[in-house]
Unconditional design. Structure first.
Length: 397
């Protein structure tokens, strides 16, 4: 009798689940038929990542990347944690951490090399895992005119550029037209087919620079609108003045889409500029153009469908993520808000997406964390600003 009741109850639960799914699909189909705008929907996972081992703490978290196994890699500035943050029993985590999809730390390494084989950045910035599994790191400290490449276990592979070669005080520095060194690289993006790395170069220079992934040889570079880059001081950003013909610092991302376009975050100018891979200007989009100071366009990630229909833009000044149609660059909806709770942001700095469409963000300044936003499928857009995307269901850790 009990067995029959259990079977009956299980069957009823299954029917209810199927009914709910059917209703959801019908609503989505109805919305699509009525021409409603559809966009990816997200909920924050407040239980990700899990507690760090060894009573570790993380500092300014200024880079996130995803590898082929969906491990989530972050880089942070462990040298900027105060004693009061760490406490008497805690410790600063190594600068590079990798988490498995469940949120467990599975790799940890980084920092200056005792054997002097490479120069660790004075201020590390950005982390990217290429199609061969190698880890690339940039830096935006004073002397950081180089990038580094490591294995996933932290074994050194290559250094491209020389630390200190392009600082402002160096009269021999060629600045944004230097063919060998860089100027405080913010982010590195990989074009696997061409075996090229795109550098958002960046915090001192004002250009996109493309290098050979194996040799580090500079292949080409360009400034805003495809112009020859200039280091001329253009003054502060004024939204009421005509757009300037050069990038301002920092040039914060240069992401390559599947259809061969390069999307550049001209952060202080509140705009994204789009180019061909050869540097020909295609179009631009201004986002929150009255944003001053840190600017509005901090980082970009593309959706995982073959066409990369959607683009996600992190705005650390206005504390939100823009969900956009990539080709038209129309903003479809936004989520996020300022605050300390899950799903809220304090200087959301970087964004990345895994193979399942989940988004990961890091926060700099006093934010100092990584968050996961779970992909919940496409849904009709009912309001432009979603605010904090709390989970609609809860789970136990």
């Amino acid at each position: 009798m009990k067995r029959n009741l259990l079977i009956g109850a299980s069957f009823l639960v299954l029917l209810l689940a199927l009914s709910v799914a059917e209703v959801s699909l019908e609503k989505t189909a109805d919305a699509q038929a009525k021409g409603a705008v559809m966009a990816p929907r997200y909920e924050v996972d407040p239980f990700w990542p899990k507690t760090l081992p060894n009573k570790w703490h993380i500092g300014l978290t200024i880079g996130v990347g995803i590898d082929a196994q969906d491990k989530v890699w972050i880089i942070h500035r462990n040298n900027q944690l105060s004693d009061s943050e760490v406490g008497s029993e805690g410790a600063a985590a190594p600068p590079v951490l990798a988490f498995d999809p469940a949120g467990n730390v599975v790799q940890s390494w980084g920092g200056p090399d005792a054997q002097n084989r490479y120069q660790w950045p004075e201020s590390n910035h950005g982390i990217t895992i290429d199609h061969k599994g190698n880890v690339w790191i940039g830096g935006n400290g004073g002397p950081d005119s180089h990038v580094l490449k490591f294995t996933q276990s932290g074994q050194f592979i290559s250094q491209f550029g020389r630390s200190g070669a392009n600082i402002s005080a160096n009269p021999q520095g060629l600045g944004s037209n230097d063919p060998e060194n860089f100027g405080r690289v913010a982010k590195i993006t990989i074009d696997a087919k061409a075996n090229e790395a795109y550098l958002a170069d960046g915090y001192l220079n004002k250009r996109v620079a493309i290098i050979d992934m194996d040799t580090g040889k500079m292949k080409r570079f360009w400034g805003a609108y495809g112009n020859k880059p200039s280091d001329e001081n253009m003054g502060g950003y004024d939204p009421d003045l005509p757009l300037i013909q050069q990038f301002r610092s920092p040039v914060h991302c240069a992401d390559v889409s599947n259809d061969g376009l390069v999307y550049v975050c001209d952060r202080p100018n509140d705009r994204i500029q789009v180019f061909t891979k050869e540097g020909k200007f295609v179009s631009e989009k201004r986002i929150a153009p009255r944003t001053r100071g840190d600017g509005s366009t901090w980082d970009i990630a593309f959706s995982k469908d073959a066409e990369q229909k959607y683009m996600f833009v992190a705005d650390g000044k206005n504390e939100r993520i823009y969900v956009m149609d990539r080709k038209s660059m129309e903003i479809l909806t936004t989520f996020g808000d300022g605050g300390r709770q899950p799903g809220q942001f304090f200087a959301v700095h970087s964004i990345a997406i895994d193979s399942k469409g989940n988004l990961y963000t890091t926060e700099t300044y006093e934010g100092r964390r990584v968050q996961k936003f779970v992909y919940k499928g496409l849904a009709p857009v009912t309001k432009m600003d979603q605010g904090t995307v709390w989970p609609t269901t809860t789970k136990k850790q």
